[in-house]
Design a protein around this ligand. Sequence first.
Ligand code: FNR
Length: 387
Amino acid sequence: RRLRPILALDDFEPAARRKLPRPLFGYIAGAAETNSALNDNRAAFGEWAFRPRYMIDVSRRAIATELLGESWRAPFGIAPMGLSAMMAYRGDLVLARAAQEAGIPMVMSGSSLIRLEEVAKAAPGSWFQAYLPVDEARIAALIGRVALAGFRTLVITVDTTTMGNRENNIRTGFSTPLKPSLRLAWDGISHPRWLCDTMARTLLSHGMPHFENNFAERGAPIIARHVERDFGARDHLTWTHIARIRQQWSGRLIVKGILHGEDARRAAEAGVDGVIVSNHGGRQLDGAISALRALPEVRAAAGGMAVMMDGGVRRGADVLKALALGADFVFVGRPFLYAAALGGEAGVRHGIEILAQEVDRNLALLGSLSPAELGPQHLLRIAGVPA
Ligand code: FNR
């Protein structure tokens, strides 16, 4: 019922906005400083038009896609998003299970509130995204733990040298950990559906949520006055760390947050299997180039590595444009978290289904048989046209 009016991924946002307390919605929707990186992620797609071909037999088209030796049912997956379990009851599990059932990859965030072992068990096809801890010993411990849990694909996010400037979070009163306040209490009480569906259910069945994984060995409570933070101390990391992780990690290794051809080359030298071209949904460096714009250069420099992208993908048409510009695969963030907040697993499945159908329909309309066929010949640049 709640999902019936949702006809496109963008429909999840206003519905989730009504359900979620303001600081939580703002945390998902927000970006860094002026939002220019965020807005350009969408604008970049509007600068390309399709060149469809007709009277081609596309009746046997398929959207299934090979990536790093595995076959997925669609050329897209779910991007890692931290704190998902605050937005939806057991959020990471909701996203992971829905993805598993739909045959697409879900990347579990390293700043999750749910233990990585639980997600690996519930949805063994999930990938794990790590924010690297500060020192070598803790990096090694984290990698060991991720391997032991059964993850086969490790994503290292490299664009968080330090935390992006998200003024929006200060304005709405969002922080990690949350600071108890009257305003926060009122925000919760005035969103009773969220309070019952997510917060009360979580507290009753699992107690106070804790940061898990690499934030602190024991996990720090989500609501607290003082907490030891790792963020901000990550500004000394280099490609040497990635090369060292490569020696320790025998699964697939992916680096997320690449926007430069030269960095793709460095990643390849470090022995990485794939890169995710991304500006972190505009949440890190404001004014950073959008992933779609960076794609062709990264593709040219990537050699045999898999090239993935995220940022602003909202339609099947966006997926096809990214693939035509050199991506092997794309990821979608915010809409799936809104979907989880609004409708749990059924909401996320609905979102995946909408996007998969759009990809399939547009593939036919473009006159193409498979995502792997797409290339620059399918697009024309229409520079200067506002999105
Ligand atoms: C993120 N992103 C992110 N990336 C990452 O590597 N680790 C993380 O923990 C998070 N956390 C996170 C939380 C939330 C609420 C958002 C919206 C985003 C970035 C994410 O993986 C992805 O790069 C972008 O969200 C993609 O852009 P779209 O699809 O949201 O436009």
